[in-house]
Design a binder for this molecule. Sequence first.
Ligand SMILES: [Zn+2]
Length: 285
Amino acid sequence: MPLIAEIFTSPVDPSAPRADPYGPNWYSVNPYGNFYYLGPGQTHPALHTGDDLTYWPGGPAHKPIYAIGNGRVIYCQRVKNADGSWSSWGNVIVIEHVRPDGSKVYSRYAHEEDFLVELNDLVLRGQPIAHVGNAYGRFAYHLHFDVSLTNVLKVRPWDWPGTDQDRLYRDYVNPTRFLQENGMATDQDKLKAVRDSLSGALEIVNGMLAAPQPTPAPAIKQATVIADPSMNVRAGPGTTFADIGDAFKGERYNVKDAEGAAGWVVIVDGPKAGGYLSKQYLSFQ
Ligand SMILES: [Zn+2]
């Protein structure tokens, strides 16, 4: 059974609010869809597939990278080019996440300086998976992070559409927006869910949202007869009610407080259910 991913949080600050999913100190210096030049001499034009995340103050070097959701590691290695040379990707992790509806999300983390997970590991949201690196000196320290809703990263973990805008929009989503839409619910969101689920059964009291208070049922407790040798079981809560039987010393009864009669309890089950007992001849543990 796969781990289900319902919520997705920041790869660099899992406690960040969904509205600002990377947190207050992280910045995307190369946002999704940005046209830029990549590589030595800045000669390779590309549309950015995700966010390049850096940290201020102090820089992002060696900071932990976290799984954005529950899932399984489906790629975890230093990438090689077709000719066997090392790729400028450096180290790459791809995690496959299965959502409650069975659809899949793929998250990719690149240029790490190490791996804290292995291929096929199951990971939990917020679990550290690596540390921010620089792709073996190819780039400034940063985390390249992107999200795909197609299987392109399963087939080609090193996928890079370059300047192909159709491919970009088909295979990658804006990771900032994805986290904003799928992040941890805020208190405001939770309040809305409660309000929706109780639709109409709520009232606003002094500006606060309040559910109607159900009347609590009287607690059932156990009573032991201490009268020696017995006590009367009565038809109502008082000595003027008819004597309908006897309860003997040491017998135990499940009882609850009698409404409107502080000194009396009513038996809730058994052959004498409905009979009343005076509390002064009972012991309650
Ligand atoms: Zn990047």
